[in-house]
Ligand binder design. Structure first.
Ligand SMILES: O=P(O)(O)O[C@H]1O[C@H](CO)[C@@H](O)[C@H]1O
Ligand SMILES: [Mn+2]
Ligand SMILES: [Mn+2]
Length: 405
């Protein structure tokens, strides 16, 4: 029997998609622009990192080849090996949107067949009847925000007023999200989760992908910071995913990071949710040790997106990728002969791009394992090719509309 390990590097896109223009993202390129910025010295930060982007293990597996296949341009400052040891290519998203659920569901074999609802108005983003229902169902004195915002900026701006008034901070973005920030101590964490559950029910008819609890701590004096207790309340995937098929066949499933939230906890097996990429990587290593034959380990590493992409932090993004790269050999050392590991991403979040939102991009696909011969996978017409390949590898019958490689 074989095992499969799927790692999503959240937001690590590799070049604008064919339809990026429709999203205002023509020319975006998370990995390409990151490498370019680092090669030009814009990725330097004292005490953190400096110089060109150094990803020797990912590049050995074929990352630079995958990027070049996607964009037609070499990754700046990165030397490509003659023969990558992994299978390498890139994926094109067929689902609409450029957010986490669409990307992950399509990777898992379930492209999104409908259009998401969005709150498009930059100010007064939520319709008055929704605001009234949130206040009523949440027994709230009112809400703050009610606009498009960056989550770190809006708690700096409204955190103090939130503490003083007891009104939670509600905001959105170009994604299909309604986010609620509230102070863990003054408002209460469980109360915030409870409010999010109520709001989840209110926005179901609007096809909003996620209601996201954004707890924070601190004071106006010390500054406010978000905690690791973020929780996403997603709608469930509309069709069968590889997780559903595996669970139905009694296979072992271990999910690490926010995978449980993204799939609305349906067939997500043993969920492990530590805080931060490093802790999640350790949890993934431990999961691989414990994963029995026929099992599936599905990991999301979110810091690239949350901590660095949305914050447009080039040195931070580069350092996080380099840290992941440095850990990869420990994962490779744990693989057994029948294992297949796939590393990919769910969308882009170009840290050099205007604004603070995701970017509609291709995603890199790297596949490797002790008995997997390296070579090109080309451009895959859907992220669902990943689920198709993994399902055949695991012997559960070809899953979803994707084409296996
Ligand atoms: O600025 P923060 O709160 O991190 O928000 C970001 O997080 C959401 C989920 O990824 C995105 O839609 C984006 O708006
Ligand atoms: Mn994401
Ligand atoms: Mn994001």
């Amino acid at each position: 029997m074989t095992r499969a390990i799927l790692i999503v590097l959240d937001s690590v896109g590799c070049g604008a998609a064919e339809d990026a223009d429709a999203y205002g993202d023509a020319g975006a390129d998370t990995l390409g622009h990151l490498a370019q910025a680092c090669a030009e010295g814009r990725g330097d930060r004292d005490g953190l990192r400096g110089g060109p982007l150094k990803l020797p293990n990912l590049v050995r597996l074929g990352l630079a080849h995958a990027c070049e296949a996607s964009t037609g341009r070499p990754l700046a400052g990165v030397t490509k090996p003659a023969d990558p040891t992994g299978q390498f290519g890139y994926g094109v998203e067929i689902s609409q949107g450029k957010d986490t659920p669409s990307g992950h569901w399509e990777i898992a074999g379930c492209p999104v067949p409908f259009k998401w609802g969005y709150f498009t108005a930059l100010e007064n983003s939520f319709p008055p009847d929704l605001v009234a229902a949130i206040i009523r169902d949440g027994a709230l004195p009112g809400i703050l925000g009610n606009r498009h915002a960056s989550g770190t900026a809006i708690i700096d701006e409204l955190g103090e007023e939130h503490i003083g008034t007891g009104k939670p901070i509600c905001y959105t973005s170009v994604d299909s999200v309604l986010q609620i920030a509230a102070h863990e101590e003054h408002f209460g964490l469980e109360r915030l989760y409870d409010l999010c559950r109520k709001v989840r029910a209110l926005v179901d008819p609007l096809r909003i992908g996620r209601v996201i609890a954004r707890p924070f701590v601190g004071t106006a004096k010390t500054g406010f910071s978000r905690t690791g207790d973020r929780k996403d309340f997603a709608i469930p995937p509309p069709n069968e995913t590889i997780l559903d098929r595996l669970a139905a066949q009694g296979r072992a499933i271990i999910t690490v990071g926010k995978i449980g939230d993204i799939f609305a906890h349906r067939a997500t097996g043993e969920e492990i949710k530590p805080f931060g990429n490093a802790a999640m990587f350790e949890a993934a290593l431990d999961a691989i040790d414990r994963l029995p034959d026929g099992g599936f380990c599905f990991v999301n590493l979110v810091d690239f997106d949350t901590e660095y992409g949305h914050r447009r932090d080039v040195p931070g993004y580069a350092a996080a990728l380099e840290a992941f790269d440095a850990l990869l050999p420990r994962l490779e050392a744990k693989l057994r002969p029948g294992d297949l590991t796939v590393i990919t991403a769910d969308h882009g979040n170009d840290p050099t791009w205007p604004g603070t939102d995701h970017t509609r991009e291709h995603v890199p696909i790297l596949a490797f394992g002790p008995r997997i011969a390296g070579g090109p996978l080309g451009g895959r017409e859907s992220f669902a090719d990943i689920a198709a390949t993994l399902s055949l590898h695991l012997g559960i019958g070809r899953l979803g509309p994707g084409r296996p490689w």
